[in-house]
Design a protein around this ligand. Structure first.
Ligand code: S3P
Length: 470
């Protein structure tokens, strides 16, 4: 702790984050937890300073604070106000941590790079595909170069904007092949599926998929066949669509929360070199943080799958474990219409039911809170329903059941007008027709034939739901 800054003896240290805009920053919570674990007394403030004000106000902040973090868009400009810049931060060209001692030089550091590396997939000898070229991509690219990636490719919408960064990386790491493309298909390296060693390690530095636009994903589906690992710097939601779709294909993937915690811990260690942090500091800070993200940025977990795939059952259990409300879309429709689903089908046919279903979907998803939504098997089949789904913060969990399991569960189809009184071939036909649509919409795919506990554990762990009750 810096006790001498004001010359009045021991006082809590004062830290802050400079950025603009700051929105839903988790940094205050993370730093409070870190300081508590090391027995440090201090405060951490959010300082949302517009770009045109930052240069003029820096000396005031350096005077008033013991340490500062810096985020977008100030990571470059603050350098001008510092006495010295750590060589790594100089090389990357971005400062995210500043020490402001009462005596001695004001110094700038970069803890993002090391924070990323301690959470990152293997980069050494790998072909690395960086999505985007702004902000955090600089850190990702230098990290990949430093670790000995053999190739770094930037996949961007506007190649000309990525060229300066690509040039800087090529100059810093001459042994690494660096290029820029706007065509995902240029990354499909073999005729069929790329052999594992040659597959890309994908690092996402774009905002695609960030809450509330959780339905966005920065790469086309075809690219997953050429990927060996994914790191998404987005941590809100805890697991993005990119991360979930990769994991559902068996590709190791994780979101950026670990990087965020690591860079904060490293900053605390710079500010408080004598402090002792427990060995499990990172795990302790991570615990409950996903819950904080869900509180700040609520999402609907949409359970999707064929009739009899267990959506209502899994929904009930998930609601119990998370304490989030469960909405059963079929029940919601029946309640609103004052009629049972077979009655609705009898009077207005399937078309009338689908209309009510779309309306209900929009009503439930518009309720922006953390909730679980068990949908009917046909609820997300239409383009209109999909447009509704993608206009709200939601993640889709596909309970993928085999036809045998479904046949056993739906019995003679009582209460299910899509199949009741019809022969089994109709069920199989519908199943085959819907499966590709489910696969396309799925974020997380769960094998619905597995025992209930296993399904729930997969969902809870993958989505970081363990601590949402705390
Ligand atoms: C339907 C499935 C039903 C219900 C309606 C139509 C379908 O829900 O929404 O009978 O088209 O698959 P479950 O999937 O819960 O059986």
């Amino acid at each position: 702790m810096n006790a001498t800054k004001t010359g009045v003896g021991t006082r809590p240290s004062r830290y802050g984050l400079l950025g603009y805009p700051l929105g839903h920053s988790l940094s205050p919570q993370i730093h409070q937890r870190l300081m508590a674990l090391a027995g440090l007394a201090g405060t951490y403030e959010l300082l949302a300073i517009p770009p045109e004000e930052i240069a003029g106000r820096m000396s005031g902040f350096l005077e008033a604070f013991d340490g500062l973090n810096v985020t977008i868009p100030h990571k470059q400009v603050v350098k001008a106000s510092l006495d010295q810049v750590d060589p790594l931060a100089e090389m990357i060209g971005a400062v995210n941590t500043i020490t402001c001692p009462s005596e001695g030089p004001v110094s700038g550091y970069n803890t993002d790079l090391e924070g990323f590396l301690s959470d990152a997939p293997e980069l050494s000898g790998r072909r690395v595909l960086i999505l985007g070229a702004g902000g955090v991509c600089r850190t990702l690219a230098f990290a990949a170069g430093l670790k000995g990636a053999i190739q770094i490719r930037f996949l961007v919408r506007h190649p000309e904007k990525a060229l300066p960064l690509a040039k800087a990386i090529a100059a810093a790491y001459p042994a690494c092949a660096v290029d820029v493309t706007s065509e995902a298909s240029s990354c499909y390296t073999e005729d069929q599926t790329t052999p594992w060693q040659k597959r890309w390690v994908v690092l996402n530095g774009t905002p695609a998929g960030m809450w509330p636009h959780t339905g966005n994903v920065p790469i086309p589906d075809e690219l997953f066949d050429h990927v060996q690992a994914v790191y998404d710097t987005i941590y809100n939601p805890f697991a993005t669509r990119l991360v979930l779709r990769a994991q559902s294909r068996g590709i190791p993937a994780r979101g950026g929360l670990g990087m965020l915690v690591n860079q904060a811990l490293l900053a605390q260690q710079i500010w408080n070199p004598a402090a002792i942090f427990p060995a499990d500091t990172k795990e302790q800070v991570l615990k409950g943080l996903a819950g904080e993200i869900y509180r700040q940025s609520p999402v609907t977990l949409v359970l999707m799958g064929f009739m009899g795939s267990g959506k209502s059952r899994v929904g009930r259990e998930l609601a119990f474990r998370t304490s989030w409300p469960l909405v059963d879309l079929d029940h919601w429709i029946e309640e609103k219409a004052g009629r049972t689903i077979p009655e609705i089908f009898n009077t207005g046919g399937e078309a009338a039911f689908r209309k009510l279903e779309e309306q209900a979907l929009d009503e439930v998803l518009s309720n922006h809170r953390c909730q679980i939504l068990a949908t009917g098997g046909g609820a997300l089949m239409s383009a209109a329903a999909q447009a509704i789904l993608y206009s709200h913060p939601a993640l889709v969990i596909y309970l993928s059941a085999s036809l045998e399991t479904i046949e056993a569960r739906v019995g003679d189809g009582t209460g299910r007008p899509m199949i009741a009184g019809q022969d089994r071939a109709r069920l199989a036909l519908l199943y085959d027709k819907r499966r590709p649509i489910y696969s396309r919409l799925a974020d997380l795919v769960v094998n619905a034939d597995l025992p209930l506990e296993e399904k729930l554990d997969t969902i809870m762990t993958t989505l970081g739901l363990g601590g949402v009750n705390e």
